[in-house]
Structure formats: C-alpha cells, structure tokens
Design a protein around this ligand. Structure first.
Ligand SMILES: Cc1cc2nc3c(=O)[nH]c(=O)nc-3n(C[C@H](O)[C@H](O)[C@H](O)COP(=O)(O)OP(=O)(O)OC[C@H]3O[C@@H](n4cnc5c(N)ncnc54)[C@H](O)[C@@H]3O)c2cc1C
Ligand SMILES: *[C@@H]1O[C@H](CO)[C@@H](O)[C@H](O)[C@H]1NC(C)=O
Ligand SMILES: *[C@@H]1O[C@H](CO)[C@@H](O)[C@H](O)[C@H]1NC(C)=O
Ligand SMILES: *[C@@H]1O[C@H](CO)[C@@H](O)[C@H](O)[C@H]1NC(C)=O
Ligand SMILES: *[C@@H]1O[C@H](CO)[C@@H](O)[C@H](O)[C@H]1NC(C)=O
Ligand SMILES: *[C@@H]1O[C@H](CO)[C@@H](O)[C@H](O)[C@H]1NC(C)=O
Length: 532
C-alpha cells in the first residue's frame, strides 16, 4: 500500500513537472492581473445572426473596452472601410470572404496574453494573421471570431554584433530584406515580397539560400511565444528546447509567436529572376532541373523552381533561377544557361528587388488553392507526373480564368542536412532519403462554382502520382505545410514518432488544448482541416 502511494505521488509530481500550466490555473485571475475585472462585465443585450459564436460578443466587447479604438475593428459594423480593407489584404478570395466578428491589433506580446485570456474566458475562438498568404478559408481569418493581426507589431532590430535580427510577425519578407540591405546582410526567408514572417517560418520556409543554410525555421535562434497559459517565454535550443523543436515546422499548434531572432549572413546583389520556355525546350529544362537538384552540394548558392503552366489553350514552362552572388555565369548554371528561353527576365538585382519582381504574378483577390506532395527525385517519375498533369488539366478547359501551374522544387540533400542543426526540426526529413521532389500545384480561378472541380483535379493527380511512385519504389510521405491544401493531413506526414512527440509537447504547454479548439484554423495535430 505504502509503496503504491509513493509511486502515485511520484507519478503526480512527474506529471506536474511535465506540465507547464499549473493544475489550479485560473483565467479570471490572469485577466485581473492584466487589468480586466471580469465581474463588472455585463452580457450584451442583443445577439445578431452573424454571431457564429455567442462568446465573441463578450470577447469583442471586452477588447473594445480595454484597448484604444484604433486597436480593435468591430466586425459587426461591417460597412467600415477599415474592415473591408483588412479583408482585401488577404491573398486568396477564400480568406477574404471570411467575416471575423472583430479584428484585434495587439501592440506587444503582453496584449496577446490579454487576448488569449479573453478567448479562454469567453470561449470565443481566434485566428492569427501575419502576411495572410495561406490560401484556404479560416487558415488565418475566422468566421465570427477574433482575428489577430500584427500590423502594429513590425519591430525589427539588428543585434549589436549584426549576427542576428529580432523580427516581429507584422513584418513581411520585403520589410526584413529592405532593412538589412543597407548593412549588406540577409536572412533565410521567403522569396516573394508580401509573404509573412509568421506563417512561412512556423511551417518550414524554403528560401533562395536553403541549400547553403537550411530552411527558414532552421535559422531561427529563438522564438518569443505567448503560450496558452498567457505566459511569454523564449524558446531556444537550450531553453524550452522541446517547444523550440516543435515550432520548427509544427505550425500554429503551440503558441502565438511574437518575435523571432533570425541569424543573418552577408549578401550583396544577386543574380535571379525568371525565364519562360516553350514546349520544345521542356525536356531540356527537366534535365537541367534534375541535374541541379542532384548536384546541389557542388555549389549551394544556387536555387531553382521549375513550373509548367497551362493557361487557355497554351502551355509554357517558367524557371526561377537564383544565385546568391552578382554572377551571371556561375558554372553550376551552365546546363540551364545553354537552353534558349522565349523570355529572359533574369538579371543582377538586390534581394528586395528580386522578391518584388517575383510578386508581380501573384495578385490578391482570386480563388486560390495550394497543394503539396513529395516523391523521390527521379526524371522518369517527374515526366510521368507532368504528363498526368497535362492530361487531367485538359478536362478543366472550361473553368473560367483558370491559370494552372504545377511547380517542382527539390528538397536537396544539403537542405536536409542543415535541417539537423540545433537539435533538428519537426518535419521528419532524413538526408539519407533525399533528394526529394516537391510537387506544388497552385491553380488560380475566379468562380466559386468551379472550386469542387479544381480541387478534385489536384486530388486525382495526387492519387495517380502516389500509385506510380509506390510502384517505382519512389514514394515519400512528407507533405510541406506551407503549400498543403486543407484536404491534407500535414502533421501525420511528419511520421508517427514526430506526431506523437508534437502531441506530447502540445499537452505540456497547452493542456487545455487552446490552440486546437480556440484557434481551429489551419493544420491541427490530428487530421486534415477538411475532407473533399
Ligand atoms: C505567392 C506566394 C509565394 C510563396 N513563396 C514561398 C516561398 O518562397 N517559400 C515558402 O516556403 N513558402 C512560400 N509560400 C507559402 C507560404 O509560406 C505560406 O502561404 C505561409 O503560410 C504564408 O505565411 P503568411 O504569414 O503570409 O500567412 P498567414 O496566412 O498570415 O499565416 C499562415 C498560418 O501561420 C500562422 N501564423 C502566422 N503568424 C503566426 C505567428 N506569429 N505565430 C503563430 N502562428 C502564426 C497563421 O495562424 C496561419 O495558420 C508562398 C505562398 C504564396 C501565395
Ligand atoms: C478564480 O479566481 C477568481 C478571482 O480570484 C475567483 O473568484 C474564482 O472562484 C476562481 N475560480 C476557481 C475555479 O478557482
Ligand atoms: C497593451 O500594451 C500597452 C503597451 O505596452 C499597455 O500599455 C497596455 O496596458 C496593454 N493592454 C492590455 C490590456 O494588455
Ligand atoms: C470557416 O469556419 C466557419 C465557422 O466554423 C465555418 O462555418 C465555415 O464552413 C468554414 N469555412 C470553410 C471553407 O471551411
Ligand atoms: C560563361 O562560362 C562558360 C564556362 O562555364 C564560358 O564558356 C563562357 O565563355 C562564359 N561566358 C561569359 C559571358 O562569361
Ligand atoms: C522581360 O524580358 C523581356 C525580354 O526578354 C522584356 O521585353 C521585358 O520587358 C521584361 N519584363 C520585365 C517585367 O522585366
């Protein structure tokens, strides 16, 4: 009996030490500490039908009461231009059409502790928006809830030794690169100017510089995070190291990231842009792409994306090529440079100029769908996938305003090796299994009536690809979060043991499952956001 009691006591002590939030955690008290006396709050008298969640009346009222009027935009008065402008700033129309009950602009991490507490107190769910480029509805906007936007958190501070920069999630990559350019520095981040620091980094983050340094999440020295218990903590390789690991690819499941310390490196001008190729050149572009993907270690300053596009009755290929030096004739690109393009828009540019150039083809306001799949890098399999893509996309000829690109990238062995630095990331990628071919269909259209057909088209293409890859022994389970569609189970694709580990870490920092239930959008720990 005595032994059992001792064991139970030890188990309880152990459980407590594993749990970050005390068992007697009291949200009312946290709110009181933040200056919110919940006992004086009165219930709103009228509920409108727009109010998906009743608690959101309460939550938005408390927020309006506590914060200066320009810190909160009340969604009930939907007519305001500020509200409309806010929604127009999302990239996809699917996210633009989501109607939050109110929009909250925190000024700092402490304000976010208040938001989390109010959400827990009222039961009102929230979403978090950085650059707003996640494509599917409710990914970073929330119907009837509170959308948290970082527009007032654009802090950016280079360290005294210039080896790192603290960046708040209100910044997009263009802001970061422009600020660092005067010191001839850069960081590992997004390739298109308006992409957010918050979403890209927490999901992985493929960069022009990935072969040399790894992905964006692998070059974060520390994350400042507001946890479910409304605490502000800093996760590093040595402090809250489990949380640090989980944030490297685990998405929005662990907390709200309020600042990231990014490692800098020297960068002058670079060579880059895009070239258009016509059908007779397709086989040569595929050869050049495969060879550069396999030879990435020979010169890690090179980067490439090869896309095939169907638009109207025509087909073309677009190659984005970059070199991290102002060198127009790097020998690693000799095979690429020997192919004659129809249009050549590659030149020597600064990094911010390059990201602006690449943003020209991605306007806001259209219906969008991003998808991700991986297989082992293989020329014949790529050709199979491309032919299947052309076959299936021919069936969409009557989809209005369809622009149908299929992009290929290589998750190279050097990238996967760099992912192992500082304790590794959550993605479950093994350099021994590389290189991988990352397949990213990204159809764009205008009529919601076509959604179902467009989504089924990609689903069919992926099923055909998976069967063929399996048959050839070239399958890979990994799904890249930042490109995945809402029909894909990203966390499961990190592998069973990583999923179990991520769930254990979530249980420790978020025992009440705040980031699963009160922040329901995007890729949660269990299952895909939706089914087709
Ligand atoms: C035109 C275009 C170009 C792209 N280029 C690249 C590229 O070069 N490399 C690449 O890897 N990917 C790229 N992507 C994919 C991109 O990484 C994802 O769309 C990513 O989600 C965008 O981040 P965001 O902050 O803009 O998005 P948001 O929609 O604001 O956020 C996406 C998700 O991240 C969460 N999130 C955002 N901020 C935080 C935070 N501070 N704390 C916790 N969670 C947060 C949100 O809740 C949301 O669920 C591109 C996408 C597009 C449309
Ligand atoms: C939480 O704290 C408040 C304020 O101190 C108190 O009134 C309430 O009873 C506490 N709730 C619980 C469940 O302990
Ligand atoms: C929000 O942050 C401001 C600036 O630091 C602070 O003065 C204010 O008390 C905070 N408000 C809440 C409710 O967290
Ligand atoms: C977005 O969330 C709302 C509220 O949960 C839900 O009604 C709606 O169907 C969601 N939209 C999509 C496209 O999933
Ligand atoms: C580019 O490099 C190749 C060898 O890699 C060389 O043959 C060619 O002359 C160079 N061209 C220019 C313009 O420097
Ligand atoms: C792209 O290059 C073509 C020539 O190949 C040129 O006519 C065009 O102006 C360039 N476009 C941009 C946007 O730089």
């Amino acid at each position: 009996m005595k032994v059992l009691t001792l064991i139970l006591a030890a188990a309880a002590r152990y459980a407590l030490s594993q749990s970050f939030e005390p068992a007697d955690f009291n949200i009312t008290e946290v709110l009181l500490k933040n200056g919110v006396d919940t006992s004086v709050l009165t219930e709103p008298s009228a509920l409108t039908e727009r109010n998906v969640y009743t608690g959101c009346f309460k939550a938005c009222n408390i927020l309006s009461f506590l914060f200066h009027p320009d810190v909160i935009v009340d969604g009930i008065t939907e007519g305001s231009t500020e509200y409309a402008d806010f929604n127009k700033a999302y990239w996809s129309q699917q996210q633009e059409l989501v109607r939050p009950h109110c929009i909250f602009y925190p000024e700092n991490a402490q304000n976010i502790t208040t938001l989390i507490s109010i959400s827990r107190f009222s039961g009102c769910p929230f979403a978090v928006k950085s650059g707003g480029h996640a494509a599917f509805a409710n990914a970073s906007n929330i119907e009837g809830g509170v959308t948290v936007a970082f527009a007032k958190m654009k802090g950016l501070k280079l360290s005294a030794d210039k080896k790192s920069v603290d960046v708040q999630p209100g910044n997009v990559w263009h802001d970061v690169y422009s600020a660092l350019e005067k010191d001839s520095l850069a960081v590992v981040g997004g390739r298109v100017s308006p992409i957010g620091v918050g979403g890209l980094t927490t999901g992985g983050g493929i960069s022009f510089f990935a072969n040399e340094f790894g992905w964006a999440c692998d070059n974060v020295e520390s994350y400042e995070v507001v946890t479910a218990s409304a605490k502000i903590i800093t996760a590093t390789p040595t402090s809250y190291s489990d949380l640090y690991w989980a944030l490297r690819g685990g998405g929005n499941n662990f907390g709200i990231v309020t600042s990231l310390k990014l490692r800098t490196f020297p960068l002058g001008k670079m060579w880059g842009g895009d070239r258009i190729f016509l059908e007779p050149q397709f086989p040569a572009t595929i050869d050049a792409f495969i060879n550069l993907g396999n030879n990435a270690a020979k010169d890690p300053k090179a980067a490439q994306i090869l896309s095939f596009v169907v638009q109207g009755g025509s087909k073309f290929a677009s190659a984005q090529l970059e070199y991290a030096e102002p060198n127009a004739n790097a020998s690693i690109f000799s095979e690429w440079n020997a192919i004659t393009p129809a249009v050549d828009n590659i030149t020597i540019r600064t990094l911010p100029e390059l990201t602006d150039k690449l943003a020209e083809t991605s306007p806001n306001g259209l219906r969008q769908s991003y998808w991700a799949q991986t297989v082992k890098l293989d020329r014949d399999l790529l050709t199979f996938i491309l032919n299947a893509f052309f076959e299936e996309s021919a069936k969409l000829a009557d989809v209005i305003d369809l622009l149908n690109p299929l992009s290929f990238q290589v998750i190279t062995v050097p990238q996967m090796q760099k992912m192992q630095q500082n304790g590794g990331n959550a993605l479950g990628l093994d350099p021994e299994q590389g290189p991988l071919l990352l397949i990213n269909p990204a159809p764009q259209w205008t009529d919601a009536a076509d959604d179902e057909r467009v989504n089924r088209f990609v689903d069919t293409l992926f099923k055909r690809t998976a069967v063929e890859a399996e048959k050839r022994g070239l399958a890979s389970r990994y799904i890249y979060m930042n490109y995945a569609s809402r029909y894909q189970d990203v966390i499961a694709s990190y592998g069973h043991s990583n999923k179990v580990k991520l769930k254990r870490i979530a249980r420790k920092y978020d025992p009440d499952r705040v980031f699963q239930k009160l922040q329901p959008g995007y890729f949660k720990l269990d299952g895909a956001p939706a089914s087709l």
